[in-house]
Design a protein around this ligand. Structure first.
Ligand code: HEM
Length: 454
């Protein structure tokens, strides 16, 4: 280690250094530049600010990420009591505050909560899931195909994920709609406490519904592990699955579509060829992991991490994006197609339990859209695509595309003309970072549910 040329800073030194914000327009526009600059200035990790007044350490190298992720005894996931020391109005508390689920737990408690999840997800039949994704994807595409333009984040990726998830959970139509709106309200972040309370009561209803109407679904299987999981843990686990399952997949599939639409090396596969799709997905997992900075933990004691002393109890955030771009890692040819050594799914005991499911969602959804909407192009220059502001994830708030309108697809009935709950799809009534499921999609979805006898 002594011959390592990377810059190092002692704890005393870093205490006096200005904190680099992981928020604001310049970070949101080009976070990669911030990681490169921090790595050049600090080496393996750097002091950062996640939101005004919220200090943390960001790991920047591949080896630092693994060092933290693989030492769960030294780096605990439970954020209490740190969370009571930051401004209670801070925007990051919605993501970082303790909830009784696998993400925020350690040791035996983590194993208990995580095994309930893995058991419930393991039983999901991948072929059935693949058919379900295809059916829902085709239904959503059917609603936009005649128009010649669409926003593939809010009219395709997010509704697709939410619809398939609520079906996978065995929800009734009415409850599913309320769960989805509740999750969206929580993401919107205007009234986090009110949104969390409302969602809590819908999730309690969902659990009651599945007790009365058990089925071959994820929530019924989670309930079967009852006794291991308290009522509150059950609600929080369902919520964890919705959050961790939907947003990263939506980010991955939309970013991979952008890659396919703008990268000439891949564009000849634009008929929906699986090889091109896999290459694009692979590129994104390396270059722009959907969960850019996460795996947040708190050192039990001061910890010397490759020359930097990390204070006990202060958050350490793993930059999966910076680790993947670490020259010490990429120089070893990690970016070659077929190489899966990226950290997009994290590592250690909390690593994503179902990467294959995420890949199935993304590959199928991309394939359907490319096959069904030939001639797809971006409607704005790639550098003007709107990224959502977040220190933790890298996702588009909109993906405007154009394509030759399909004459063979009939326009939806006037009563279900795409006017989302905030207004028309043509005018952007939804502020950046928000998402709403268009009313027309609800009506299509209800038909889909009813035809299945719900
Ligand atoms: C391409 C899609 C996905 C990506 C890139 C992704 C990535 C990640 C990452 C980076 C973590 C954090 C690990 C940590 O804290 O160290 C995580 C955790 C998790 N993911 Fe995924 N994920 C994806 C899809 C999914 C799906 C589809 C589900 C569920 C249906 C899911 C369920 C979870 C759960 C439950 C955890 C928490 C595990 C724990 O704390 O033990 N993920 N994922």
């Amino acid at each position: 280690m002594t011959s390592d040329p990377r810059p190092r800073h002692s704890a005393r030194h870093s205490a006096r250094l200005p904190l680099t914000p992981l928020y604001g327009p310049s970070f949101t526009a080009a976070p990669e530049q911030t990681y490169d600059h921090l790595r050049a200035s600090f080496g393996d990790s750097a002091p950062v600010e996640l939101a005004p007044g919220v200090r943390a350490t960001l790991t920047l190298s591949y080896r630092a990420a693994l060092e933290v992720l693989r030492h769960p005894h030294a780096f605990r996931r439970d954020p209490r009591p740190w969370q009571y020391t930051v401004p209670q109005t801070s925007s990051v508390l919605g993501t970082m505050s303790y909830r009784p689920n696998a993400m925020f737990s350690d040791g035996a408690e983590h194993r208990r909560l995580r095994s309930a999840i893995t058991e419930a997800l393991k039983a999901v039949d991948q072929e059935v899931l693949s058919r379900e994704i295809t059916t829902v994807a085709d239904g959503l595409i059917g609603h936009i195909a005649h128009r010649g333009s669409a926003d593939l984040v809010n009219e395709y990726a997010l509704p697709l994920l939410m619809i398939v998830f609520t079906r996978m959970f065995g929800s009734s139509d009415a409850l599913a709609q309320r769960v989805m709106l509740g999750v969206q309200r929580l993401f919107d972040g205007d009234d986090p406490e009110g949104a969390a309370r409302a969602l809590d009561s819908v999730l309690a209803e969902l659990l009651d519904y599945k007790r009365r109407t058990p089925g071959d679904d994820v929530v019924t299987r989670l309930l079967a592990s009852h006794g291991q999981l308290s009522e509150e843990e059950l609600r929080q686990t369902v919520l964890l699955l919705m959050g961790t399952g939907s947003e990263p997949v939506a980010n991955l599939l939309t970013a991979a579509l952008v890659e396919l639409l703008t990268n000439p090396a891949l564009s000849e596969g634009l008929t929906g060829g699986t090889v091109a799709i896999r290459s694009a997905i692979h590129e994104i997992l390396w270059r722009r992991p959907p969960v850019s900075n996460y795996g947040i933990s708190y050192p039990v004691r001061p910890y010397l991490l490759f020359g930097r002393m990390l204070p006990a109890g202060e958050p350490v955030v793993i930059s999966f994006a910076a680790a993947n771009a670490d020259p010490a890692a990429t120089n070893r040819d990690f970016t070659h197609v077929g190489n899966r050594a990226h950290l997009a799914f994290s590592a250690g005991p909390h690593q994503c339990p179902v990467p294959q499911m995420g890949l199935l969602f993304a590959t199928t959804a991309i394939q359907r859209v490319l096959e069904q909407l030939p001639g797809l192009t971006l409607s704005c220059p790639v550098e003007r695509l709107p990224w959502r502001a977040s220190p933790f994830s890298r996702g588009l708030s909109e993906l405007p595309v154009a394509f030759p309108p399909r004459r063979d697809v009939s326009q939806p009935a006037a009563s279900s003309t795409p006017a989302d709950v905030n207004g028309s799809h043509r005018q952007r009534a939804v502020p950046p970072g928000r998402s709403r499921l268009p009313a027309a999609l609800w009506s299509w979805w209800r038909g889909h549910f009813h035809s299945k006898g719900d």
